[in-house]
Design a protein around this ligand. Structure first.
Ligand code: NAP
Ligand code: SF4
Length: 676
């Protein structure tokens, strides 16, 4: 019997049936933007269709160049562009999948000078001021949605998703935050919804009845002067009358200062919003955000009267997510850990998206994992992200693999990361590799420190011995007050009430969160990382959505400790953090009362505390402990001993400790294994 009957139940839309309840949510990959990449895009989607995803939605395609996300973004306006989209639809249909094309008009969010918006009000997240739309502009943009829908139909898509959320153009018409017009497109809520209604009505007329129209409706704006719940319900009912096939849930504008998809957001934190819509419409509803296991999806579908779950990043992480659920093999799913490091952070840097835990995502035609013609005996030394990914891929290709790990557990630096509040999803990656090792026959030897002589019988040796914390040259570094970050996170040492953290990189911030969290709350129903109610209270989300945009006063917890976060550089700490998550981490520490000090020179550590010089003034931070988060150095002595005597390779932090990065480590492991 299958464990996920509701997840795998078909959804009948009348004119067509979706084979299960998984919608692959729209996510920009960067491949949509270049005609030459459409074969890659087709392979990427076909792989997910083969993995039995019910309905795929493409990344946003603009209806014209004014609607672009950025210069030279993907758009579909002309007949000649249909051909490239047919490559995608054919590939998905050959794999027995269904695919809708998302039509995305960015309005004032576009990162280029041709942008438009209802009232010409500049957005806080782009440097460009939009042109105030004339009545003629409005008519032209509506026509543009219709034209693009017809071209999408001609290209063989099963439908379109009209992007009406996240603060993009349609959403900009809906709220007084961005629409202060006093003509028929502004003023009353009915007028503000006219743009959305006209688009849906005319698109439906143009494409006929047997074509899916999904409307992504912003159910919770999370910005001031956003829609009220009453308004959202009004629009949902109108959309239903106008013939949308499915309503998808949008949560939060891009400019909202509340996390909605980062690791720190509890699982399924917003499914209550979609559930709240259920009594008001009968059209199928899709819920979204931080749903990344079949168990969670099944629970939502069975208990919340919602019709589908949307997942974007989990399907980047594992194209076979649904197939594995069908086979009751959820423990074999390579889970998305919500880090954003290789997906959204790449997109915002104009780089092709991929996935930290699955470097093959969006590179399906670039990297191939083929069975080997010559099975070799391989030793992998080190069970961190680099070693684990290398060992699993070597074994998948048919090599005989032994993985040696000096400590008593697999995971390396991931074990530390997973102990940071809100990051326990990192354990899922360790679970995934463990399952792979058992399935693929990798021999894992824990508590085993190997020497050169132990390795002579292997054809290939991969050194993935990782890193150790840097031991900075500070007077008094051996003082009893000093704790290294790994000792602290492993709970080998406990910090006092007043703490200074040396180093404000990724780990300095991790330690800041670790120490500033009110531990008395963690693990209870007030856990902000696990419980949606506690999370909403912390970030000021009104679960009754009575206030505009669903915002109320945030009630951020305060740190139970006095904490200083220090760096030598001048400028704001946390600059190196991820583009899409750095602001959350900086804001969390600030709200908890952590004090950041830049431009510090560390003079000495003694019984009085940490002596620093800053702006040519010396001061003593009277702290109980000094936590060292000053980066890492490689552990590579075994490689140095071996490299001239046998076929030996070095990867991950052992090769290069600067910018120690799991994304690079896992990719290196996979790509090395692909060619051995
Ligand atoms: P890091 O980001 O390179 O930061 C090291 C910090 O130590 C810097 O603030 C640096 O600032 C300071 N430092 C360097 N040498 C020092 C010295 N000799 N004495 C005193 N201070 C020194 O390294 P990390 O914090 O260890 O993080 C490692 C990597 O883990 C990151 O690059 C990141 O890829 C990953 N990570 C990411 C996240 C995330 O949120 N995305 C979280 C955790 C880890 P100054 O030189 O200005 O003092
Ligand atoms: Fe998920 Fe991180 Fe992969 Fe993005 S990069 S899909 S957030 S695991």
């Amino acid at each position: 019997m299958n464990n996920y009957p509701n997840l795998l139940k078909p959804l009948d839309l009348g004119f067509t049936t979706i084979k299960n309840r998984v919608l692959m949510g729209s996510m920009h990959t960067g491949l949509e933007d270049r005609a030459k990449n459409y074969q890659k895009l087709a392979t990427y989607f076909a792989k997910r269709a083969e993995g039995q995803v019910g309905l795929i939605v493409t990344g946003g395609i603009s209806p014209n160049i004014r609607a672009w996300t950025a210069p030279f973004g993907g758009f579909l306006k002309y007949g000649f562009q249909v051909k490239r989209h047919k490559i995608v639809t054919n590939a998905v249909h050959q794999a027995d999948g269904k695919i809708c094309m998302q039509i995305l008009h960015t309005g004032r969010y576009g990162y280029h000078p041709f942008i438009l918006s209802p009232s010409g009000i500049k957005s806080p997240i782009t440097p460009f001021k939009p042109k105030l739309m004339s009545t003629k502009d409005i008519e032209k943009q509506i026509q543009s949605f219709v034209n693009t829908s017809k071209l999408a139909q001609e290209a063989g898509y099963d439908g379109v998703e009209i992007m009406g959320s996240e603060g993009y153009l349609i959403n900009q018409f809906l709220t007084e935050r961005t629409n202060v017009r006093n003509d028929q497109w502004g003023g009353s809520y009915e007028n503000r919804t006219r743009f959305a209604r006209e688009i849906v009505e005319r698109v439906r007329q143009a494409v006929g009845t047997d074509f899916i129209i999904i409307f992504r409706l912003s159910m919770l704006d999370l910005v001031s002067q956003g829609s009220t719940w009453e308004e959202v319900v009004f629009l949902a009912k109108e959309l239903e009358k106008l013939g949308v096939s499915i309503i998808n849930t949008g949560i939060g504008w891009h400019e909202a200062r509340i996390p909605t998809i980062a690791t720190c957001v509890p699982p399924a934190a917003f499914s209550w919003v979609t559930e709240k819509m259920r009594p008001h419409v009968s059209v199928p509803l899709v819920t979204t955000n931080r749903i990344n296991t079949p168990e969670m999806a099944e629970q939502i579908l069975s208990s919340q009267n919602i019709d589908m779950v949307s997942m974007a990043r989990p399907l980047l992480a594992d194209p076979d997510f649904v197939k594995k659920a069908m086979d009751n093999k959820a423990d074999e799913i390579n889970s998305c850990i919500g880090c954003n490091q290789a997906c959204l952070d790449h997109v915002f840097k104009n780089k092709r998206a991929t996935c930290l835990v699955n470097p093959l995502a969006c590179y399906e035609t670039d990297y191939k994992i083929e069975p080997t013609s010559q099975s070799k005996k391989c030793a992998v030394i080190g069970g961190g992200p680099a070693g684990m990914s290398c060992a699993a891929t070597l074994a998948e290709r048919g090599h005989q693999v032994t993985l040696y790990e000096a400590s008593d557990k697999l995971g390396g630096q991931f074990n530390l990361a997973a102990n940071i509040p809100g990051k326990d999803e990192f354990f899922k990656t360790i679970r995934y590799f463990k399952t792979q090792f058992a399935k693929l026959g990798v021999e894992v030897k824990l508590n085993t420190k190997v020497a050169k002589d132990d390795l002579s019988g292997f054809d290939e040796v991969v050194i993935a011995t990782g890193v150790k914390p840097r031991y900075p040259n500070i007077l008094g570094i051996d003082h009893a007050k000093v704790i290294f970050y790994d000792e602290l996170i492993r709970k080998e040492k406990v910090a006092g009430k007043k703490v200074a953290i040396i180093g404000a990189g990724g780990i300095g911030f991790d330690v800041g969160e670790f120490l500033s969290e009110d531990n008395s709350l963690h693990g209870t129903s007030d856990d902000i990382y696990a419980n949606p109610q506690a999370f909403c209270k912390e970030w000021g989300i009104d679960m009754n959505i009575e206030a505009e945009g669903g915002l109320v006063q945030a009630q951020h917890q305060r740190s139970p400790r006095e904490i200083y976060l220090l760096q030598r550089k001048t400028g704001k700490p946390g600059k190196t953090l991820g583009k899409t998550t750095g602001w959350i981490r900086r804001m969390t520490l600030t709200k908890r009362g952590v004090k950041s000090l830049s431009g510090c020179n560390y003079d000495k550590i003694d019984d009085q505390g940490l002596h620093i010089t800053r702006n040519e003034k010396t001061e003593i931070l009277d702290v109980d402990n000094v936590i060292i988060c000053a980066g890492q150095v490689s552990v590579n002595s075994l490689y140095e001993e071996l490299k001239d005597t046998q076929s030996c390779h070095i990867i991950g932090g052992a090769e290069f400790a600067g910018e120690l990065d799991a994304k690079r480590a896992i990719k290196q492991g996979v790509l090395l294994a692909a060619k051995l």
